[in-house]
Every structure is written in C-alpha cells, then in structure tokens.
Ligand binder design. Structure first.
Ligand SMILES: Nc1nc2c(ncn2[C@@H]2O[C@H](COP(=O)(O)OP(=O)(O)OP(=O)(O)O)[C@@H](O)[C@H]2O)c(=O)[nH]1
Ligand SMILES: [Mg+2]
Length: 499
C-alpha cells in the first residue's frame, strides 16, 4: 500500500524564506534573484510591510521565495514564513553585522528546524567586513563553513549581482539533499500566505499548495473563509488555469478574506466547506479589552488596514505602547477602505480612525466634511505609532515644574497703584529676568504672590539683573510690598507629560 503511494510521489520545488534585519537588503536580493526585469512590489529602500511570494526559475528548476519584512512589528509574518519554508536564507548587511532581528531570525529558523544559508549582502560597499560578521555569527552559535562549521555562506551584492548565481546553486544543492516530494494525485491542500481586500476584485489571497492540483472552479475552504475559485494568477501577474505544489498563486473567489497562516483544503461543495468554518473565529479578533489596561483616559480607535498581516502588526505595535495613563481602545479593526459606518461609529464614540494603506471612500469623505472625524492615513507603521504616542501624551494634563531663579531684597517701594507697584531692590542671589513669577516673603513667611511686568535700571528697560545688581521692578500682585521684604524669583514651566 505504502509502496503504491510512494510511486505517486514526485519532486516539488523548494520554498525559501528570506529573513533578516530591517534594511539589510532582503527585497533587493529577491529582485536580483528574479533578475527578470519585472518590477518588484516595492522599490528598494522602502520598508516591506507584507509577505511576498515569488517564483524564480534556474536551469529549468523552479524555486519559490518568500520575502518577509524586517521591521520588528512583523515577527508573526516572519514566523509564518519560516513555517512554510524548506530552507531559510538569512540576509545580513556585511557592514552592519548581526542585529536584533538577525538574532530573532536565527531563533525562528532553529525553531522551524530547516537548513539555513547565510547571505552577506552589500559586499560591494567599502565598509563591508565579512570576517567581523562571521565572528558575530559564531557568538550566536552559527558556525559557517569557512569557520569550520556546516552553514553555507555566500557573499552577495544585490546591487551588482555578485554572488547571486552561487546562491541559486547552493539552494538547488540543498534542495537535492532535502529530497522534497509531493503527490499530485491527492486532494489539494496548503496554506494561506497572504490575504487582503481589494476594493474592486474583493477578497484576495495568496496560497501555496503542499499537495494536489488547484484549478479554477474548485471550492476552497479555510477555517475562516470559503469560496469558489474564479481566478488564478502566478507571481508574474499572468492568469493561469491550474497550479501545483510550492508555486505561489493569487486566488480570487473567497467570500471573505481568509486568515493568513490558515490551512486550506478543497471541498466537493460549498456546504461541506462551510462546515469546516471555525465557530470560535471571533475570539481571535476581540483582543482589545485587556484588563491590564488601567489608565484613567481612553483613546478610542477604529483601525482600517489593507490586509490581516497589517492588522496584526498594527495592533501588535499599538498594544506595546505604555497604557498606564491613557488606554487605547480599538473599537473595530477591519480590512478595507474607510467607509460611512466607520465615520458614524467614530462620531458616536468620539474615536479616531487609523487608515493604514487604505483609501477613504467617496461617501465617507463627503460625510466627513460635516462630521470632521480625525482620520490618520499612514503608509509606514512606526510613523503612525509616534503620532499616536503624541496624541496620547497630549491627552495628559501637562506637568508644571517650578524653577527658582534668585532672590531680591526690597530697598524701597516707589509707587502703589491698584494692584501694581514699582519697587526698587538689590539681587542677593541668582538672577531676575522678564516673565518671571514672584513670591513675597516677610520674616521668612510667604505673604503674597505676583508676577513681574517690567524690569528697569536707571529708568531704562533691561533684560535681566544678577546677584549684586540693583534694579527696579514693576510688580503686579495681591500684596503691598514693604522695605526689607525678600522677593523669591521663579518660573513655572509647563512640561508635556510622558506616557
Ligand atoms: N550598496 C548596496 N545597497 C544595497 C544592497 N542591497 C540593498 N541595498 C540597499 O539597502 C536598502 C534596503 O534594501 P531593502 O531591499 O529594501 O531591504 P529589506 O531587507 O528588504 O528591508 P525591509 O523589508 O524593510 O526589512 C535599499 O536602499 C537598497 O538599495 C547591496 O547589495 N548593495
Ligand atoms: Mg524588504
């Protein structure tokens, strides 16, 4: 029986996950690997905020690459990438060396128990110091081949193309050793790599099959969504009729966006697929009422994002903000453009709308001309986080900090007119300057408070007077100042409170 089954097994292309610290050149490397002239999803240098899957062909052999973001907020995406992959490529900037997310990636790769290839990128730069990076890797218990270890290392420049062929060859070599097999005769199943809501085409998902063949017209289901496949698109944007294991494919036909990381299967009917839907799904999305959040003030938020991966990252990073003083409450978190009901909800709960990589619908825009709900549109996660942090800090009462500047001994009171007086005196400590507040001390007791209106010497305005100097002041306050009084000069600064 087993033998019979084995006969059906055929080799399948390897799935390679590209991991590494932010900006170390993962997406650039992938572009270089594709070397096909196709423009990538994002220009080099922009922060990757999505997982991307692409297929590359070398000597007639297919290889699937999964690009992951290096920003700290996306650890869940990196983890998922490593879970579906057969081999990991750890990209390290040869000038920067091992960084926080490099270490995280090493941990993730070890957890996934998959072979690793170290790529030292940006080798074209004069600051490149591969030997230092190798030593840093050794400290993380990664011994590369030239250091007597087993982990292959390739020096690469995504910019010039140096080392790219060598990397492809190493990948194919490891693939042969891994002996990756699949069957085309079993019912198709696999994993959801990415999903998002396209305003025109509807729910959109990128899938990778582990076995079987997926065709247009098939009924697919995950624990979160079902649908009949209307369209299949390969990683070059070309429409295809069917797809085999390991090749990433964009699928249109799901009734709503499936959760990324979910497994999918083929069903014989929509009813059967719907039975597979998880009844506990909503629990997953209601993570906002954390009892640990105790702050006395609340900032209500409505979160609109382009895909579930973004939702997860944005929620994750918002939850990391300190919330002892101001609590962030996410009223609703959803994929898709900002719509009329978001504006209405925001109005009811005095909420702020965060729009991450999504548009605002026409109707919502015109409604908002009247409602004037604050909508923050953003493309880059950490810029948004700083904005929210600022808004939270603005909600806190400012702290006033008192700074004592000096003391003046009153020698004479020239004139009293209502609550204003002209007083002459000598600075016995520190200094006095315009804009200060004044406390009046008599026999070491506080008898009154006021402020400085003007400062003069010899009837001319001056900016300041220091210890030992005499000056005349125009004082406004609630007490008649007498000869011999000591005036305490101080300022009160209002400081923004921190979270
Ligand atoms: N000189 C040089 N610059 C490179 C090389 N590879 C990438 N870069 C530059 O490094 C910057 C970051 O490159 P990306 O490919 O966006 O880096 P990334 O690792 O995908 O970044 P995230 O996805 O945000 O984690 C860009 O400005 C690239 O042009 C290289 O081999 N040589
Ligand atoms: Mg990138």
């Amino acid at each position: 029986m087993i033998e019979e089954k084995n006969k059906n097994l055929i080799p399948r292309p390897p799935i390679i996950v590209i991991l590494g610290h932010i900006d170390h050149g993962k997406t650039s490397l992938l572009n270089a690997l594709r070397q096909s002239g196709f423009t990538a999803e994002k220009p080099g240098g922009a922060i990757t905020q999505h997982i991307g899957a692409f297929e590359v062909e070398k000597d007639g052999k297919k290889i699937t690459f999964i690009d992951t973001p290096g920003h700290e907020a996306f650890s869940a995406m990196r983890l998922r990438g490593a879970k579906v992959a057969d081999i990991a490529v750890l990209v390290i900037d040869s000038c920067e060396g091992v960084k926080v997310q490099t270490k995280e990636a090493i941990f993730t790769i070890k957890e996934a128990k998959i072979p690793m290839i170290v790529v030292l990128n940006k080798i074209d730069k004069i600051e490149a110091d591969p030997e230092r990076v190798k030593r840093e890797l050794a400290q993380e218990n990664i011994l590369v081949e030239s250091m007597g270890g087993k982990v292959p290392l390739v020096k690469v420049s995504a910019k010039t193309g140096q080392g790219i062929l060598e990397l492809l060859e190493i990948i194919l070599l490891i693939t042969e050793m891994e002996d990756l097999k699949t069957s085309l005769f079993e019912t198709a199943e696999g994993i959801v790599i990415e999903s998002y809501l396209d305003n025109l085409a509807g729910p959109n998902a990128t899938l990778i099959l582990s076995k079987g063949i997926l065709k247009i017209g098939d009924i697919v289901g995950t624990s979160s969504s079902v649908g009949r496949i209307k369209n299949l698109e390969d990683s070059y944007g070309l429409n295809i009729q069917k797809v085999e294991p390991s090749t990433p494919v964009k699928v249109i036909g799901f009734e709503n966006i499936p959760i990324i990381g979910d497994n999918f299967k083929i069903f014989s009917s929509l009813e059967e697929a719907k039975n597979f839907l998880s009844p506990t799904l909503n629990i997953l999305r209601s993570n906002t009422n954390d009892p640990n959040k105790t702050g006395e003030k609340v900032l209500n938020l409505i979160l609109k994002t382009d895909c579930l991966g973004s939702t997860e990252a944005v929620e994750g990073i918002l939850n990391k903000l300190p919330q002892e003083k101001v609590v962030l409450k996410i009223l609703k978190s959803e994929n898709g453009e900002v719509n009329e009901s978001d504006i209405k909800l925001a109005k009811t709960f005095n909420a702020l709308i965060l729009a991450f990589r999504v548009k605002i619908s026409q109707i919502a825009q015109s409604l908002n001309e009247r409602e004037r709900i604050r909508i923050i549109e953003f493309q880059v996660i950490y810029e948004m986080v700083e904005k929210i942090r600022n808004l939270m800090e603005k909600m806190l009462e400012p702290e006033t900090a008192r700074v004592n500047l000096g003391k003046l001994k009153v020698l004479v009171n020239f004139l009293i007119k209502q609550n204003r007086q002209i007083v002459g005196g000598k600075m016995i400590e520190g200094e006095i300057k315009k804009g200060v507040s004044i406390e009046v001390m008599r026999n070491e007791e506080l008898v009154g408070k006021g402020r400085l209106i003007n400062l003069q010497r010899n009837k001319k305005d001056i900016e300041r007077a220091s210890k030992g100097e005499e000056c005349g002041i125009l004082y406004e306050g609630n007490i008649n100042i007498e000869e011999g009084d000591i005036l305490i000069i101080y300022t009160e600064e209002r400081r923004k409170r921190e979270l």
